[in-house]
Design a binder for this molecule. Sequence first.
Ligand SMILES: Cc1ncc(COP(=O)(O)O)c(C=O)c1O
Length: 341
Amino acid sequence: MTPDRFAALRKRIAAIPRIPLALRPTPMVEAKRLARQLGGPRIFVKRDDLTGIALGGNKLRNLEFRLAHAVAQGADTIIVGLDLQSNSARQTTGAANSLGLRTVLVLEGAPPAALQGNLLLDHLLGADVRLARDAAEQRAMLDAAADEVRAAGGRPYMMSDDPMFEMGSALAYLDATLEMLEQLAPQGVAPRAFYLSSGGKGQAGMALARAALGADFAVRGVTASRRHDVPTRTAAIANRTAEKLGLDARVSPDDVINTDAFVGLDYGIPTEAGNEALLLFARHEGVLLDPVYTGKAAACLIADIRAGLFGAEDAVVFVHTGGMPAIFTWSEALLAAARGQ
Ligand SMILES: Cc1ncc(COP(=O)(O)O)c(C=O)c1O
């Protein structure tokens, strides 16, 4: 991994329009007490939950590219279709607010009994929140929202349909990988593996970083849902991003490590292993994870450490992608887990 390759990658990323939104670089913190408890490798936590706007998270990095694209098109209203308890929806609304843009959220899911978690925050942030029962209704509502904005003389940006939606995540985490390696190098740390919660978008950027740098660290993605064939999706997004950047490097689905072994019953439903991971991070490091994404990803890291995948001289990085508002939608299940420990 030569400094030349770093600089060349940085130069190509810098050529893509970007609006600064996230507090960068986010801290890289060694989790010594957790590592001692688990008895395995050194563990570093990349605090991408601390990116700032609207409680932070991985999406603020992505939004720097997505919203730059929207602003370049003269948009005044961001329209996006996401899940009912989406972290992305919250961060999009917060970021759009900071740029003076309106947000229409068309969220898929049944009307909840209580407004909690991200949905509560969407309302506090002033998003125009609309609920769709299923994907078909969501599609129709997105198109209707865009027509409505145009009819009122506004300029909608349909974020869900834009190629920059996925590519923005990949560009952001290509950049974040360089940031992490640069934080670790002065400490003489070359990580064996990065762990992250991943549906394939951010991981695409990390896989592309690995290919473009010719690096030998592993990127271990842990999906929170069974909605996608994540390796195929990751490679496709990585390769589209490589083309956009004019890079020769390519990623094949066979190069992508992503497991669905920690999803449990379904997307959004906490698991025993995820809750245990959440409590371990909370009680040994004071770091809060969430039960939907990061807790399940940390459960994979913990299972791999317990299975003896790493030695004491190894270092691994856990990328904390945010998502803590979900704690409050699962308060009873988490309290039960906490009382059982
Ligand atoms: C907290 C958290 N972690 C990870 C992810 C997955 O990231 P990606 O869509 O870039 O794969 C999400 C996506 O919503 C998320 O909210």
